[in-house]
Ligand binder design. Structure first.
Ligand code: S3P
Length: 173
């Protein structure tokens, strides 16, 4: 059964550190919806930070529980605002579940703007730890293909989170 447009979950995707959590919280508040941060929920369920899940069980395990959790949210809930982890959308099943049941917003940021934020982001992000800027830029570029499969794109370059959140809210009203 097709979910009515106004009831569809709003899903935010984009690279690590573009502001998915901050903006998602604001969008949820403005639309009086519940907010789900997928990484935070996984941390609660597993009772440990993401970095430790990677360390103890490996990335493949993390990807598996991440996928199952997102597919569950997309198929069994509505009227939520959901922020995905930056790598979740690389999984085809995640993309399919999101695109068939939700409205997917890409939070877009240029590499130059992203670089300036980098020092703030390393903590608890295993994929950024001990990586060179060249390696991270490669990952950044490689992921754009998957990210291009969205319903709507919002630029976050030089914009404060309130402005970005308003843009999303206005586009679903
Ligand atoms: C990841 C992004 C992180 C988190 C994990 C892996 C990624 O989420 O899910 O560290 O592969 O890009 P954020 O996008 O919230 O940093």
């Amino acid at each position: 059964v097709e979910i009515p447009l106004r009831e569809k979950n709003i899903v935010l995707i984009g690279f690590m550190g573009v502001g998915k959590t901050t903006i998602g919280q604001l969008v949820a508040k403005k639309l009086y919806r519940d907010f789900i941060d997928v990484d935070q929920e996984i941390e609660k369920k597993q009772n440990m930070p993401i970095s430790l899940i990677f360390q103890k069980f490996g990335e493949d395990y993390f990807r598996k529980i991440e996928k199952e959790y997102i597919v569950d949210i997309c198929t069994n809930t509505r009227l939520k605002v959901v922020s995905l982890g930056g790598g979740a959308y690389l999984q085809e099943e995640v993309r399919n579940a999101c695109l068939s049941n939700c409205i997917v917003f890409l939070l877009d940021l240029s590499w130059d703007s992203w670089k300036d934020r980098m020092p703030l982001l390393v903590e608890n992000r295993p994929l950024l730890k001990e990586k060179s800027m060249e390696e991270i830029e490669k990952l950044f570029i490689k992921r754009q293909n998957a990210y291009s499969l969205h319903n709507s794109k919002v630029s976050t370059n030089n914009l404060d989170p309130e402005t970005v959140a308003d843009e999303i809210v206005n586009s679903v009203k």
